[in-house]
Design a protein around this ligand. Sequence first.
Ligand code: ATP
Length: 485
Amino acid sequence: MMRELWNSLKEWNDVMDDFIGSVMFELFGATFVGIPSASLGKPLSVLTKMIAGAYIGANLYTRLPSLLSKKAQVRYRLTNSFLHSGLFLTIKRRDIGDGQIKEVRVFPKINDVKIASKLTEVRISLPLGMAPEMIQQREWAFQRTFGDTTQLIEDSPGHYRLRIPAALPDSFRYDYEQARTILERTGGFPVYVGESSEGPVAINLQKTPHIGIVGVTGWGKSSLLRIILNSWLRYYSPDRLRLFLADLKMSEFGMYERVPHVEGRVAVRKHEVRSMLSEVHEILLARQEMFYNAGAIDQEEYEEMTGEKLPFIVVAIDEVAALRKETEIHDVLDDIAAMGRSLGVFLILSQQRADKEVIDGRLKNNLNIRIAFRMSDELNSRMFLENGLAAKIKVKGRSLVKDTTDLLETQTPWLDTKEARAMIAEIKDKYRDHRKKPLLVKINGEVPQDVELNAQDNKDLLDLVMQLQSSKKDWIFPKEEEEIS
Ligand SMILES: Nc1ncnc2c1ncn2[C@@H]1O[C@H](COP(=O)(O)OP(=O)(O)OP(=O)(O)O)[C@@H](O)[C@H]1O
């Protein structure tokens, strides 16, 4: 009871603070703090105070509604952050009262505040004589005031925009329709990565290829992989999407075994990953030749020229750090990272840390989409995102998504394993009789354009692939003189 009373008193006190601050701000603008009224010269003092009183009264009367508005609150909090971070110039002026020279502070000018349900934007311009670095080096102060994902953007020299995204909910359920809508709207080869305060987020992998997911254990990496894969499996047919999955923790990807979009078995041992990647490498080289022969520079152009749609190929590896000593594997990953975009082959690599002992610099540089859940410390976060914000994440499933330009705070919708399995069962059922085109069957160096397999052949081929993989052998192709019966 006492605590509640105390809390409401504190709340009231905060509101009053904000209110009084807003009044002062609205009346005197962002240009002056320190009003020199206390030291007014005797003869002028009464008169000036009367004028000031009348001015305050008139302003209060006309501006009261706007003083209580959210915009005024934003202005007040921003001015406060200018003040506390030292973002002002100190200039000398003559006091109108006593004629003495006094120091006054000149703050950046807040030109405009726009508040929408999902985003607040503030336009700021610098006063004459203020160096741009002064504001650029104080993004931290705005983040402290308005939240970690606040961004300062330079619109033109001396003119800045502060983007303040609305707060995200801590947890909400996965809704496929929401994912589908944004996948459709994004186009290319989109990946759905969660919800930001501005709505659902999808990124076109054809433009920004390869994803790195990092975060300490238990903060949402697997749950993100689940929503990425499940959204894709429902959105694409196996003729448009093929997955090569490796799960070195032997936990998350088990549920995707025998899904028609998934090639072979999920690799759980290093030698299985090696053999899986040698297959992907074959595909990479074959596509390279195929596109070259057709005179196409990438998958998009090849499809346009030939009218033939090829499947997007994704290699997803959960806990890639377990492979850090496997140079052969890393060579293939490097090749995919470097050439994969144009050939329609993409990587999703997930791990707990991002330092160079775990993932080499070249590979990391090619992971154009970086998604960080909570990270162990600022240094690690800086290495991955170029800022320390991921170490401050306090909500499970909350991540920072950085593509080549933007940094967005997102929340992964929650899809529990039971629901994910139910979705997968429906997908398996939907494609039960689907005749999947083999991704690549290399016979005597030829890549057949159209191989029709019936359901039994398809199953036999799949069983053979699985046998080969589980017997730890690499691909076996028939010798030149052998006939295929
Ligand atoms: N998007 C989310 N919304 C709500 N809760 C979540 C979300 N993501 C994760 N959690 C909570 O965090 C727990 C751990 O999540 P998850 O297994 O995805 O973490 P992880 O980073 O993959 O961990 P590990 O590396 O151990 O596999 C979940 O069981 C769930 O309770």
